[in-house]
Design a protein. Sequence first.
Length: 292
Amino acid sequence: MPPSLLSPRVSAPSFAPRAVTTGAALAPRASVRERSEDQTRIAARIGLHLLLAGLPLLAISAQVFGLVSMNTTAALVIIPLAATLAVLAVFAPHPTDRIVGRGLVSGMAACVVYDIFRLDTVYLLGWWDDFIPTMGTWITDGAETRSGAVVGYLWRYIGDGGGIGIAFFVVALAVGLHRRSRRDVVLAAVAFAVFPVWTGLIATVALAPRGEQLMFPLTATTVSLSLIGHLIFGLVLGLGFWHSRGVARFWPWPPLLPTDRGPAYHGVSPATYEAWQRRLDTGSGRRIRAPR
């Protein structure tokens, strides 16, 4: 009988370190940590965009309440922060920058449409005054209204309108509004334009000691006109988000709120429902209606 069958072979013990096994065990932990750090950086970046989006409007309130001048806020906070984020977008771009860009453009477009209505009531009908040139002089810290008008309207379109657009896009994507119907999107945008935007404006004028003197008097006409203007703004902003909802594919997190009622509500199979959700995330899907 062969000796190999009588005495089984015993391999010599190996004292070499198990580098491959140890590395494989530690690699998943390292990747989880790296993903966590990436998510933190993305959240910080979006948070800075949200901060910049809200500052132009808050700077107006601070000026009217006599807390901080817009000249100081613009020179020391808003312009440096905007320049920093612009440099990041150019030299260290991130996919979420596309969300910010679409929100900026949609907000500016909504502000232009709003002003078509507002300027008609100001300069053609004479129902109220235009305080934007005066606001521009707060920024330049000067009294020349012509240059104040240029600066004021740049601030209005890029800072106020664009900032509101960025804020709405971020909030809408966070709650999963891109998966809802066009009607839901538009209604949400109109509600956002009324509260907190319009209510914040009226509260500033009403509560600041010199609010009506610095901005406009609160009458039935001015309150109604400003409300109608913000309703127009919200309508255009909602349509802008609806047509730009394909940027949802750049949003890094799942929606915070349930976005739909599921396949049973629509009377479709789970596979069809998931395919529709994927199309919605790329902006190419249409709403599935429940069968009647």
